[in-house]
Design a protein around this ligand. Sequence first.
Ligand code: DNO
Length: 399
Amino acid sequence: MERTWRWFGKKDKITLAMLKEIGVQGIVTALHDIPNGNIWTKEKIHDLKTYIESYGMRWSVVESLPVCESIKYAGPDRDQLIENYKISLKNLSQEGIHTICYNFMPVLDWARTDLAHPNPNGTTNLYFSHAAFAYFDICILKRKDAEKSWNKEILEEVERLKNTMTPADDHKLVENIIVKTQGFVSGNIKEDDQHPVELFRQLLNLYKGSTKEQLRENMCYFLAAIMPTCNEYDMYMCMHPDDPPFQILGLPRIVTNDEDISWFLHAVDDPHNGLTFCAGSLSASVQNNVVDLARKYASRTHFVHLRSCHIFPNGDFTEASHLGGRADIIELARIFEKTNPNLPMRVDHGMTMLGDTERGYNAGYSFLGRMFAMGQVQGILATVDRELGLEYKQSGFYD
Ligand code: DNO
């Protein structure tokens, strides 16, 4: 697989020169300054692409070209927004960029309750606690009928949390769930928004009463509308699975498991309608056998995220080592290398280690932790390639 890295543009503290030193071949990025829904112009795409190429790498994947909320809930301006999306796709194709990662998660792009959960060795990882999330839902967001979404054990935990959480803890939980994990990826909420909870409530309201069937219909409408453009310009759309892969906040989530993936790939049965195989998101649900899913969907996978989760007996999950957890990254590497050795792959989130914390990287996107994971994955790929009789190309060394 092509070894890629998610880079957040020229403002990223991790520079392209650093990435070149660690064997990165391709860059995954987006025009982060353009508001959701606006057209990505050829000039802006060209400028960033040329910058990346000046470091001897290529712009391999766009992550993400965001789908506006209004397309997801079928707002009155969705057709106009879809037209804009099509123009951005065409402009990207004309600059030679053909792989687009995006998602169809309402409101929240991805969610964690703790961004620095300690591992036994002193490093930290991202963590999702059902009880903390329920506390946020019931006591901070005060969503109507929120209690009905949670089981008895979790409600008991919430009662306990009510006695121990301080205002500072509440503030941190809000930061973790709707600010720190969202600001740099989704555009719905920004780091400097003064009233994130209020804003979040307004966003949730847009989906009031929305059902899984409606969201599926809206997804299908979007995919059917863009497919002719994707065919004409050879654009490979890669749907990112929902993270976490289960319903939250009463919102339907429709890319969580085998049945969902099969549904959207068949609903618009075209090779340009494909999947981002995010092993991390999929491994956060006990119902998903990640290796089976990889075997089943490898041929419709156009982009891979390698990451692995550990699920605790109460359903909470944390992000595991790239050599452990539920995802079995070694077997996934075999499956995807066999299917297409040129498939772009990035290590997804990594642990925070050896001073990453002080450097203030985006949540999940540390430098040393991700570099460590990248080293592990490069070792896996070199080994798997030898097994398969493929050539593993190092970059940046004398052989
Ligand atoms: C989180 C990421 C997601 C992903 C988008 C793709 O770390 O995996 O934000 O980029 O969902 O659209």
